[in-house]
Design a protein around this ligand. Sequence first.
Ligand SMILES: *Cc1c(COP(=O)(O)O)cnc(C)c1O
Length: 456
Amino acid sequence: MEPQVTSEMAGDRKAGAPVPDPERASGTPHDDVRRRIPHTDALLRDPRLTEAAGLLGAPAVKAAVREAQERARAGRIPPERIGDAAVALLPDTASGLRAVINATGVLLHTNLGRAPLSAAARRAVQEAAGSTDVELDLQSGVRARRGRTALGALRERVPSAGAAHLVNNGAAALALAATALAAGKEIVISRGEMVEIGDGFRLPDLLVSTGARLREVGTTNRTTAADYAAAVGPDTGFVLKVHPSNFRITGFTRAADVGELATLGVPVIVDIGSGLLAPHPMLPEEPDAETQLRAGASLVTASGDKLLGGPQCGLVLGEENLVRAVSRHPLARALRVDKLTLAALEATLTGPPTPTAAALAADPAALVARADRLASDLSAHGVDVRSVESAATVGGGGAPGVILLSAALSLPESFAAALRTRPVPVVGRREAGRGVLDMRAVPPADDERQAEAGRS
Ligand SMILES: *Cc1c(COP(=O)(O)O)cnc(C)c1O
């Protein structure tokens, strides 16, 4: 039997201190190995680890060294390999968040941070991360409007918006609009649009928490413009239309359209959710900001990290006086976005197509070809893998019911589970007792990383 290695024994020892090791005298086979394990301090002088400490902080580097020493004590690596092992064990960043490959087939997966940022947005975030001119005009040297260029880019993409305001997320956009425009008043809303977004987040609860009252109209499946008209009165703050972004009601249904509601003499706010700024040919039923404003919406609210493909943020777009009322409310300060978000959003709006747009537009035949190639590569390495047809979805971020033809790798479930804990984690889904790695949300550039994860 190998001697049990306890955490005390694995602990640090002061250089030069005597080594009280009772097992030494008993002459176990690992005595020699233990004696050859360098002290932590000596290992930490390795230039690679010194440099890593500057990037990751000393505790992370020490933890890697201790783990490597532990492995040597357990006989899993030779003592002279401890330095290399510690380097290999170092985390990539000082954050616990790890980059993963989204092979779930859900383009906007909430558990995976929704929209992945474009290369342009990542670069902009990096640039803005230090000191930046977020609230300073460098020409005149005086204070300037925070986020002015991001807001300008947004208005350019949505010409019918007289003004725009940004907050922390879609929920914050609604909460701020309700607070600024309907606190102590009524929000008129259809019973078919009292939705739960996910993880227990119920929109009606949020609205009521602002001090507004809900005036429910119509029924679950049918609500007419006349229903709204009968409810609108002096107490009305605004009429709210909410896009049911994660379910569909079909059959005997009816909903009032924005154009009809715009004639009621009160503001009409449309929560489109997804952040689509203009119509998308593949998503004909998904509302977009420009079309809603043109149809008569006073304000549109949306998320930045769904179909817009940008960072988490909330958009408020529309009539200038209403946007001003929203942006000047004291609560706006508590919901404001940071410089990294502003940078990422602007680059998302002005840069090349986002990864989300690319995944939506991917040609199914190209996805099949990629899956075939990966499957034959991994089969050659002895993996039980097949290339199969797959059905991808947009996800909680919008377009409920839309199926996107895709291709996937089908693997034993245990193998797929192991892929999740590889250095480059690949996250797939389970289907009929097999692990499925769907190609649609995986950027083609990540195929090789995926293959590597599968081979190792
Ligand atoms: C997603 C969504 C929200 C919430 O937006 P977050 O950015 O998640 O806060 C609100 N309304 C609708 C219709 C949505 O789809």
